[in-house]
Design a protein around this ligand. Structure first.
Ligand SMILES: Cc1cc2nc3c(=O)[nH]c(=O)nc-3n(C[C@H](O)[C@H](O)[C@H](O)COP(=O)(O)O)c2cc1C
Length: 208
């Protein structure tokens, strides 16, 4: 096996992470800019953390091109709230357009063609075309440095969820109807079209 230390270039570590931790779900995070306009950006360093309280987390890295904090964390630290929108195949290309480095204050909804709709609790907008929305209040922030490639954990306490009725049956979200996409290494994306089932084994079955 090849082995590497992690104290070299951040880009080497980054490539290792995105090539080994995959497929990664994608949070499209909507926040409010200082002037009240909308900001939208995708993040695949994203996961669920707690069911009750319902908490989700994602990680914006320091921008490698400028060494500056991205707009999303700046907005969240000021406004203390945000919305996470889930990505289906139908909006994947538009979501990709949201990752463009637009000047601060330029609305990624307009740039991508996605439609903003009001949230019920927070001021940040939701994406109409996204089938699941999490309205979040900032819960914690853990920072790992200020150099390019340094990350941070932002957790949000989910105060309201929304799901498109057509993908929700008997208290469950139907994966084949959600058609989620995920991120891989480089420019790779995944579709969830090769799902397989395995029964969870109980202790008694394992000991047979
Ligand atoms: C699918 C996808 C996933 C991404 N995941 C992350 C991520 O987890 N962390 C990060 O810092 N940037 C990530 N990016 C890049 C950001 O979206 C990009 O830097 C964006 O310009 C940030 O926007 P903002 O400045 O409005 O926050 C991702 C881009 C794409 C297309």
């Amino acid at each position: 096996m090849l082995s590497f230390d992690t104290n070299g270039e951040f880009s080497q570590n980054y490539k290792f992470l995105i090539g080994s931790i995959l497929p990664r779900p994608i949070a499209v995070v909507s926040t409010l800019n200082k002037d009240g306009t909308n900001n939208l950006a995708p993040f695949s360093f994203f996961t669920a953390v707690s069911a009750k309280p319902m908490i989700i987390a994602f990680s914006p890295l320091i921008r490698s091109s400028t060494g500056e904090q991205k707009d999303t964390p700046l907005n969240i630290l000021r406004e203390k709230e945000f919305v996470v929108n889930i990505v289906s195949e139908s909006i994947a290309e538009k979501v990709n357009m949201c990752s463009a480095e637009l000047p601060y204050g330029e609305d990624e909804f307009k740039h991508s063609g996605l439609t903003p709709i009001p949230s019920e609790v927070v001021k940040a907008s939701r994406i109409k075309e996204s089938l699941i929305h999490f309205e979040c209040k900032l819960r914690d922030r853990l920072n790992y440095g200020d150099e390019p490639g340094c990350g941070q954990i932002i957790t949000g306490e989910v105060v309201k969820v929304h799901v498109e009725d057509s993908i929700y049956e008997n208290g469950r979200i139907i994966t084949s109807k959600l058609k989620p996409v995920a991120r891989g290494a480089g420019n790779d994306w995944f579709k969830a079209t090769d799902v397989f089932e395995m029964e969870r084994l109980m202790k008694a079955q394992i000991q047979k």
